[in-house]
Design a protein. Sequence first.
Length: 471
Amino acid sequence: MTFDELISIILELKKNSGCKSIKLNSKFIKKNDIFISISEDSKKNLEYVSDAISKGAQLIISSDKDQKNKHSLIRYFPNVKNKLSEISNIFYEEPSKNFKVFGITGTNGKSSVSYFLHQIFTKSNFRSALLSSVKNKKKEIFFSELTTPDTFFLNQFISNLSVENYKSVILEVSSHAIHQKRVEGLDFNFGCFTNISRDHLDYHKSMKEYSRVKESFFLDNAFESCLINVDTPLGKKIKKINSNFFSFSSKQKNVDFFFDEKSVLHHDQKTYNLKNYSNSNFMQINLAMALSLALISKLKINLKNIKNILSPLGRFEKIEVLKGKYCVIDYAHTPVALETILSEVNSAHYGDVISIFGCGGDRDKGKRAKMGEIAEKYSNELIITNDNPRWEDPLKIKKDIMKGLKKISQTHFILDRREAIKKGYNLLESAKKDSVLLIAGKGHEDFQEIEGKKYSFSDKKIIQKLRDVIR
């Protein structure tokens, strides 16, 4: 079967048989959907195909030869995985061309920059839809379990916005999504590179490969313009790709957008004072990038209209849990993010710093010891606990973190995260005034993943309950 023949079959079903969507996950198949099975495991393929058929799929496309003649609904097409974005754009009729599409990528800050940008647009009467991995009850913010979903989800999501009078779409773009070509074929107008540091090396294997993938996002898309944070060597390299790209920095003045140490953004002989928008320098930098991105999109900004800008859940979320004592909940799960948040906490408070963190299982193991070293350096008390161990032995994760510690005998090891938070709270009770309990790693997440199951779990709810009980 040729590709044109396959497309002809798909479009015929769309036109005459009530087919409204294409799915890559059989769990989400509804009657008359098309299912594309891309698993390279024949046994799993059989399971997924059977599931899709039982739910009413009217066409199955598979690259598995073993499935070729097993059911009348199955169409065999070799290497269909390489054609996903093309199929998606044809089926959904390239909906991204009808919007201003913003793609934000970087190791840290994607969710925050995206969330700030959405608020700036909303307060400037520029209707925008945000697809975010952080849950939010606002009507124009849509939740996705994956930072960046697959091409069919994205195109269907964007297509559905057409009837709602949206003018722009904001997407967080992960390195996995770039590498797996989930965003291939989307018509991005504006991009943003926030920063890069060690993460996801369980997947990308090296920083060189991780950097190459990030860079490819800016090489492979025809942007009108992009905002590039040039405070890393990769940022400087990306900036040189296109003369229409704008540079951003919080360290060097000879850039298009300079964010100074007094929290003032400088651009084109104008200044924007952001000091009152956040008590975190890193979050102010994220806000400054969002504002810069809005400005290069030619949106007219009046800071007087942009008030009450909120940070996303689980991003430097500060709660006074005892009189004059605080808890900070943050998603920091990389060495740079953890050091940034701990450095800011130490600078802003004169009391003790009590830190709780763990590392995710089945993920980059090489960062664990470094995170242990950083946490120990900046903390008066340190509690090592579970993050999302997934299928990995929590004791193995603990041992990897311990390799970075010098004061093991003074460190608390409490793998039950709930009990670890209780211990942290107790230590905060007896700590001096203006002390801070940092709970790092999970931020906004409302679950804990253990051996393939997600259990209801929220750092924030636990600390709030402890506060309310004690009070």
